[in-house]
Design a protein around this ligand. Sequence first.
Ligand SMILES: N=C(N)NCC[C@H]1O[C@@H](n2cnc3c(N)ncnc32)[C@H](O)[C@@H]1O
Length: 448
Amino acid sequence: SHPTYLLNPTKNYRYKPFKCWSCKLYGCIMKEDEDDASPEEYVALCDFTGSGSDQLSFSSGDKLLVHTKPSSDWWWAELQGVTGYAPASYLQPDGAEEEEEEEEDTSLQDPWQDEEYFGSYGTLKLHLEMLSDKTRTEAYRQVIFSNSASLRNKVVMDLGCGTGIISLFCAQLAQPSVVYAVEASSMAAYTRQLVKQNGYEEVVVVLQGRAEEIELPEQVDVLVSEWMGNCLLFEFMVESVLLARDRWLREGGVIWPSSAALTLVPCQADSYFSEKMAFWEQPYGLDFTPLQPLAHQEFFTKPKFSHLIEPNDCLSAPCDVICLNMYTLQVKDLEEMNGQFHFCVEKPGVFHGFTAWFTVHFKSLEEGGTTVELNTGPNSEPTHWKQTLFMLDKPVSVCAGDSISGTILLRRNPVWRRHMTVTLNWNISSTGETDSSQVGTKTFPMWR
Ligand SMILES: N=C(N)NCC[C@H]1O[C@@H](n2cnc3c(N)ncnc32)[C@H](O)[C@@H]1O
């Protein structure tokens, strides 16, 4: 669940641009405009629908003429006489496909980056981190324990079982007829050993392969999975869970978790801001402020994952901005998920950014049974996910009574299928002496 394995250093990243308030152009850290060399031919890797008059819409396979590259993210391009900004990450030099094949560069042909992804889960590091997370692991144990009677003689699928801990809980605490423990990484071979070592090979069947591709001998009564990533959705393993639900979960079957929510709160982040930005004011009595734009680009352009927010850093009550019902959620819904928020600032402070976390619920198999909750927020025991911090470009002082309202948009990356961007739009309205309001917007790549 760490994004590090997806930071593919050989691929030049493209940061999403942020609208520069002063010049209202994309990517205000503009390189000198290259002299008007002859336009280069590029082919579109996927569809793009431009927003605003200055963006160019195109379809996958279109051949665009790129006239200038004012920033690494947005290029001035032309398609059939129409010009506008096109996102550079959607374009590939025309004819590069053949070269790509020659270089055996698989990363573009593997938008799921499965080699890195399942490679990283083939080692113990991430499994040790997840197993050491008692809050997470005990929550799943509680689900199995409190439903043990209803699990008797049931057929269970544990999707992405890793070391098999959830499947082992099922065999240890309940009497299911069988648990299909599906794991795509090479960890599956060890998981089979763990099942045998603990004497559960009669109950737990380990299948190595992607859940979308393996064959089960029967439908299942219960589909359980621990699929949540940073900001709930990063890795987009949830897509595999939905595909398995549609293919293997019998009518009336149960999916765990049954629902998920992404929660947001406006917050202070004094120590992070001081550490990364204020530091350059006067280190060792010298003025290093010319480095602040660099610090901004390097530290505040992407979200900070594994951030631990203190409850008193929250400037208002949190708000669930996206709620997923795992019975009705469709894969196509994952492309763009919208949420709205309205926060009432409860105390004066500095609005440095937003913090996000998630909560999942496990509905009981028994009518009226207790629902188990796994909450990764600041008022619960910390988990290995911690929280995710989105820093604003400029901190804003706020007073009690101010309101911060706006929208959040999670847009899945059309090329890199485990990645997304998070766009936040906000409006701060103060009802102090001077009725003022400040609007802002920022798009964060997670992580491409
Ligand atoms: N964010 C998380 N919870 N990650 C846990 C991912 C675990 O599920 C495994 N996994 C992820 N996707 C799949 C899939 N489609 N099929 C099988 N195993 C998977 C992965 O190898 C790792 O062991």
